[in-house]
Design a protein around this ligand. Structure first.
Ligand code: HEC
Length: 172
């Protein structure tokens, strides 16, 4: 038998549930709206510091690998993890978010980024792609455990960093 008549108690319960659902939907909407506006309200100074940290992290991974390749330390088990971290880090750089136009050089920002980044966005993206490729080559080389190959791949990666810096980063 199908019951179509709800008792008063059940009705009240249903109404209350609907009210809760509406409240939750509203809450989620407000939360979504606020998180979005926070994301939009990135402070230029913070973004500059942030991208410097990413660059420094990449530089540190290279130094760890280079110390082993040059034989300054013999902790070769670190090479693969740092090559992986380096590749993951550089390949995840989101140019739009990490180099937004309001972080182009001006008197108030401590940035070495040059305005060329925003004037030649395609070249900048290509320079990054090139480094990502070289970081991937380095990762492949580390898997061979051949120090000569690793050294060569590291040198090629270093050149690709330098190529971008030459055009897009202030020297001093
Ligand atoms: C696509 C261009 C590009 C590539 C590729 C690139 N960089 Fe950079 N790098 C920059 C720019 C631009 C800055 C300046 C950031 C700023 O001051 O706003 C920078 C800054 C740096 C800094 C200085 C950070 C600081 O504390 O001021 C280091 C270190 C660095 N890069 C290392 C590297 C290494 C190592 C690689 C290669 C694995 C690399 N970068 C690849 C563009 C690039």
């Amino acid at each position: 038998m199908i019951v179509t008549n709800y008792s008063t108690d059940e009705k009240t319960f249903l109404e209350l549930t609907m009210k809760k659902v509406k409240q939750i939907v509203l809450y989620m909407f407000v939360l979504f709206f606020f998180t979005n506006s926070f994301a939009l309200a990135q402070n230029a100074e913070d973004v500059v510091k942030y991208r410097k940290n990413i660059m420094k992290a990449i530089g540190s991974h290279i130094s760890v690998i280079a110390s082993n390749v040059k034989g300054k330390v013999v902790i070769e088990s670190d090479i693969i993890p740092h090559a992986k971290a380096l590749y993951l880090t550089i390949s995840s750089i989101n140019i739009e978010k990490t180099f937004p136009s309001d972080t182009a050089p001006n008197d108030n920002l401590k940035t070495k980024s040059l305005s060329e980044i925003w004037e030649k966005p395609k070249e900048f993206a290509l320079a990054l792609n090139n480094s990502v490729k070289k970081a991937n080559d380095l990762l492949s080389a580390t898997e061979t455990k051949d120090m000569k190959l690793i050294g060569k791949a590291l040198g090629a990666l270093g050149k690709s960093c330098g190529a971008c810096h030459k055009t897009f980063r202030k020297e001093k």
